[in-house]
Design a protein around this ligand. Structure first.
Ligand code: SF4
Length: 589
């Protein structure tokens, strides 16, 4: 991209969104486009055995003139596309944008969105001629896909960078020096702090900048640090099909939307992943069809607020009637209108392959209108499993968190879901020790755990993040030891109740999708039931009702019926009855 286009694009974004990062991006971009070395960067004159650095510097010196800038300013800047990537910026040759068989090692931290982002980043790099390696030692490029949700998550990355230091030093004088990049939320949140604090980091790419990876790596080849942390209003990577890396995988994640507009007061996500935007339905359906053709048996639709999906990509979609929020729930933003909603997508996706299970995560409780619940109930291949992040059982704390619901509204929703989808499996997220949480508030959360009896839970102690509303307006006043004690108490209660909930499966027959050998025992297999609980059972020959009653051993990707004989807070155990299909055989009690 031309330098001035960078500036114009950044200005456009500034007008559209709360992007504190932009001016910094401009600074970095202009450094990359000018011959002025960044104080944070190694000198451009740094010796490079292959001479790339020298070429690069001289090209910068004789680079585009002010007239060039003016000429290109007449051309309205467009969203980058693959064809644009083939047309290199003036300070790089087409060859330098190519990976030239450099080996990339990708390491993922954090949530499932990051796992999916890793595959998007890899898909982009693979098209540019990079190779992937699973060996840190043979990597030419190491990319860490990072998480910022809690302080501990970021500390893990700082520690990892320290470990990588010696690898980088060993390769300093090699023909192909090792390049290290930070991708994702931490790059977005900390920006130059990473480059200044860790000179060993060569590139930064925020969650909306993965298309720019080949350019960033090409700039890094010269010894310059390079960064793109622009957030986008429309980037969904709709046309980038993530690469399915494990041929034996039975399931895949399909990203359907990115970002979040909710602005819960404790959450960094709206600042690291930007505004909410949905991927066009047609491209999602195409990806799911491809995964079905590859023989995958389970797809999880992914998004920060997956059930807030709203495809406005075509004008005619905007006449669609908007769906209602769950009763008693509100939003922190102005009501949105039109577009194809989550129920429509779920309907279309579940029709592609009746043998393919459909899950989705992570939803917000406000977006569970009856049509979504009805569809989950009706379709055999949409899993009867709902993640319903509560965060707290106290209405007072929920208000401080700006969650848009009270405890009462949440409990009513749970009752309604259980009426609409009998036997539904429920999971949730909870935060212990949020700002101002009293013992009474904490006990309200304990009582919610007892009342609902979730099957699966994700519980954390509160970790205040800069930039969030809580950081600016509330006080992180719960001592660390109190947070941890409350967390322990929540975990204990969750486990007791989950054990009770899971024991209700004992004596039932569950339809299980086989994943592979159990990690704990070579003689057992492991899979998941419809409710996403892990099920362990002996790896023995069983009747295959799909193939004239032959006796076979179950393989990853097979559906089997398992009679449950015991249960804990996390696992079900049982014996396998037979191999079957999803369509022909539903679970029963
Ligand atoms: S809904 Fe709230 S908690 Fe979830 S990503 Fe958005 S702001 Fe964060």
């Amino acid at each position: 991209m031309h330098p001035l286009q960078c500036v114009l694009r950044a200005q456009r974004c500034l007008q559209r969104g709360p992007l504190a990062s932009v001016s910094w991006l401009l600074l970095r971009t202009c450094r990359a486009h000018s011959s002025i070395p960044s104080s944070a960067c190694p000198s451009p004159e740094r010796p490079q055995e292959d001479g790339v650095g020298k070429d690069f510097s001289s090209r910068l010196a004789t680079g585009p003139t002010f007239q060039d800038f003016l000429r290109s300013a007449l051309v309205p800047p467009e969203k980058p596309s693959s064809s644009e990537m083939e047309d290199p910026p003036p300070y790089l040759t087409a060859d330098e944008l190519l990976g030239r068989q450099r080996r990339v090692y990708l390491e993922t931290y954090g949530c499932q969105m990051n796992v999916n982002d890793t595959e998007i980043a890899w898909s982009i790099l693979e098209k540019s001629g990079y190779l992937r390696t699973n060996s840190l030692q043979e990597a030419d490029v190491i990319l860490l896909v990072t998480c910022s949700i809690r302080e501990k998550a970021e500390q893990t990355i700082w520690n990892r960078l320290h470990q990588l230091k010696s690898l980088k030093s060993k390769r300093l004088r090699s023909r192909v020096p090792l390049r290290i990049g930070i991708l994702g939320c931490m790059a977005e949140r900390l920006k130059e702090e990473i480059l200044n604090r860790e000179k060993m980091v060569d590139i930064l790419a925020g969650p909306d900048a993965y298309r720019d990876l080949p350019r960033l790596l090409a700039v890094a080849e010269s010894g310059q640090q390079a960064a793109n942390v622009l957030l986008s209003l429309d980037e969904t990577y709709a046309d980038v099909m993530p690469v399915q890396t494990s041929p034996s995988a039975t399931s895949a994640f399909v990203s359907i939307m990115r970002g979040c507009d909710n602005m819960c007061s404790y959450c960094i996500v709206p600042f690291t992943r930007g505004r909410e935007r949905s991927r066009p339905i047609a491209s999602i359906l195409e990806e799911v069809r491809k995964l079905s053709e590859q023989g995958l048996k389970e797809v999880t639709l992914l998004g920060q607020n997956v059930n807030s999906f709203r495809d406005n990509s075509e004008v005619q979609f905007n006449s669609a009637v908007s769906t209602n929020l769950s009763r008693g729930f509100s939003t922190n933003y102005k009501a949105k209108q039109g577009g194809l909603r989550f129920a429509h997508l779920l309907d279309q996706v579940s029709r592609i392959d009746p043998e393919m299970r459909i899950r989705f995560t992570s939803p917000h409780p406000k977006d569970f209108p009856d049509e979504v619940l009805q569809l989950i109930h009706e379709r055999d291949n949409i899993c009867k499993q709902i993640h319903l992040p509560a965060q707290s059982g106290s209405s007072r704390v929920l208000e401080a968190m700006r969650r848009g619901y009270s405890r009462e509204a949440y409990v009513k929703l749970i009752q309604h879901i259980r009426e609409c989808i009998p036997g539904v499996s429920l999971s949730s997220d909870f935060i212990a020790g949020f700002c101002g949480e009293t013992e009474e508030d904490h006990l309200q959360t304990v009582s919610l755990l007892r009342e609902v009896q979730y099957n699966i839970g994700f519980l954390f102690a509160y970790s205040m993040r800069q930039k969030t509303r809580a950081y600016h307006r509330l006080k992180d006043d719960i001592p660390e030891e109190v947070k941890l004690r409350r967390l322990e108490e929540l975990i204990t209660v969750f486990r007791e109740e989950a054990t009770k909930a899971n024991k209700s499966f004992v004596g039932c027959t569950q339809l299980v999708l086989v994943e592979g050998p159990s990690k704990r025992s070579a003689t057992d297999l492991c899979g998941r039931n419809d409710g996403n609980l892990k099920v362990i059972f002996p790896d023995v020959e069983v009747e295959d009702v799909t193939d004239s009653g032959l006796r076979v051993r179950a393989q990853p990707g097979d559906y089997v019926l398992v009679k449950i004989t015991s249960a804990s807070s996390q696992t079900l155990k049982g014996h396998v009855l037979r191999k079957t299909t999803l369509k022909d055989s539903t679970a029963y009690c």
